[in-house]
Design a protein around this ligand. Sequence first.
Ligand code: CP
Ligand code: NVA
Length: 304
Amino acid sequence: MSAVRHFLDIDRLDTATLRQILDMAATIKKDIPAYRSLFAGRTLAMIFEKPSTRTRVSFEVGMRQLGGDVVLLKPDDMQLGRGETIGDTARVLSRYVDAVMVRTMGEERVHELAEFASVPIINGLTDQSHPCQIMADVMTFEEHRGPIGGRTVAWIGDVNNVAVSWVHAAVRFGVEIRLGCPEVYGPTPELLDWVKREGGRITVTTSPEEAVRGADCVVTDAWASMHNTDVDERAAVLGPYQVNEALMALAAPDALFMHCLPAHRGEEVTDGVIDGRHSVVWDEAENRLHAQKAILAWCLGATI
Ligand code: CP
Ligand code: NVA
């Protein structure tokens, strides 16, 4: 096996590495001009098999701000879209670029890229996880409230890809995570087994009120993710899990509200919450830029 540093999922990395990445993110954020040549001569390929605003822009701007370059790849424009294998694509891209970020469907596609690539592969979201997002979320929490260890985070609604990465991060950073979700859209037994094996603290409840009570951070996301087709069915079941002012009032008085965005105002979150005093969603979106620079720096072995 190679010693290539892939950023595939938070559960695959240890706490010290994750902390090192967050420290680097804070350092770079404080003085961006000081690092303007950090990625000089380096190129990131970005494969998007699903739409994106934040991930696309923050990776591209992040590379360019630090002197690097990017190549944007859409499957329809690639031989990958005509049946070239992921393995062959990985081997070829590795001869041209220094790292590959991929947003795709099943996580096995990212794992296959990593298996055949000789450059770092970064998971920019799959149906199963969204690790870059949660690095930005943890960074945002700590900027506002200090160390996240020992704090409580309530995830409300669909236990989707973003929620899974939050669970991974909660375990790695010593956070108590509460999932307030309907049974049908709850965590997989495998995820719960992993938390147990790792000694993490997790509560799963069908009551959003129970999940939120006294929490330091309340997080939600779309009822239907990009890979879900049963949109109406989900809306019917997840309706009671809307994060509104009444629910938010049960959290700690200084609780933060986070959402990876895009938000569906009036569905999983009300205007009053996303635009209200608890919300840090714009800082959270900005921190994608800073956290991903650090992920890239770690993957590329750049010295900060
Ligand atoms: N939060 C997030 O990943 O947003 P995009 O889908 O716009 O990249
Ligand atoms: N859960 C959402 C996240 C979007 C950034 C999705 O996968 O569509």
